[in-house]
Design a protein. Structure first.
Ligand SMILES: C[S@@+](CC[C@H](N)C(=O)[O-])C[C@H]1O[C@@H](n2cnc3c(N)ncnc32)[C@H](O)[C@@H]1O
Length: 234
């Protein structure tokens, strides 16, 4: 199985952004926890796992087939993911095609993750589980509790027409709860409760070196600069 053959929703622009941020953390920061809420068949988890250092724990949380009976799942998402034959075994098979060991799997609702990851120990949290306002609000609260000061949260689908609850939860956190934007792509928004400036420099440098993508002029939101990372046209 090649990485391109793993089913999922994880575009090259975000594969690049994850890689630059995680590489920067690996080079400059002590060990920390890695967390993904909503793994599906492992596409983004496999890439995060590439950056796990010895001694670090990567926690991968999903309802998997229990989405069929889970009361917390959004009914529309339940129908969709059941149609995708998602099982824990399918995730494990994909993950093990790229890694010798599985991550720590939390099979359950994303809101349970803080029982497993200690406060202020995480360096990177990817939120890509339930996409409703209430679920993303809760996942952002969990991310805030788990992340250390320099930690980064990436939130999927923050601007899709059919996931406005995610958009509302993200902007709520930015405008009212101290979350600071780092960058956005077409698909994900990256942010921190710490200082976004060093990470913005990492992204600028990554884009310059990569050549196929670029960072636009910063967009200012209440004095906070946000960078748009996108493919170069043509
Ligand atoms: C969009 S997919 C994740 C995609 C994956 N990150 C990738 O890159 O391919 C969303 C996943 O979240 C799971 N999910 C939905 N609601 C959840 C909840 N409340 N708690 C935990 N997992 C949930 C679904 O089972 C599904 O696997």
């Amino acid at each position: 199985m090649t990485f391109d053959e793993v089913p999922g929703w994880f575009m090259p622009i975000d594969q690049a952004a994850f890689s630059w941020i995680l590489t920067h953390q690996n080079l400059t920061e002590p060990e920390g926890a890695l967390v993904e809420l909503g793994v599906f068949k492992g596409k983004s988890a496999i890439l995060i796992g590439n950056f796990r250092r010895p001694g670090e724990v990567f926690t991968a949380c999903d309802l998997f087939e229990d989405i069929a009976t889970s009361e917390v799942a959004d009914p529309g998402e339940r129908r969709f993911f059941l149609s995708q034959s998602l099982t824990q075994l399918a995730f494990e098979r994909c993950y093990l095609a790229f890694h010798a060991d599985l991550p720590r799997i939390v099979r359950g609702a994303s809101e349970t993750v803080t029982r497993f990851v200690a406060p202020r120990t995480a360096r990177f949290v990817h939120i890509d589980a339930g996409h409703t306002y209430d679920l993303v609000r809760r996942d952002l609260a969990s991310a805030r509790a788990m992340l250390r000061d320099t930690g980064v949260v990436a939130i999927a689908d923050y601007r899709k027409p059919d996931t406005l609850g995610t958009a509302a939860a993200v902007w709520d956190a930015i405008l009212n709860e101290g979350l600071k934007p780092i960058l956005n792509t077409e698909f994900k928004l990256y942010a921190t409760w710490g200082d976004p400036a060093p990470l913005q420099e990492v992204v600028r440098q990554g884009a310059t070196e990569a050549g196929w993508c670029r960072v636009g002029d910063p967009v200012m939101i209440r004095g906070m600069p946000m960078l748009y990372l996108h493919r170069k046209p043509g």
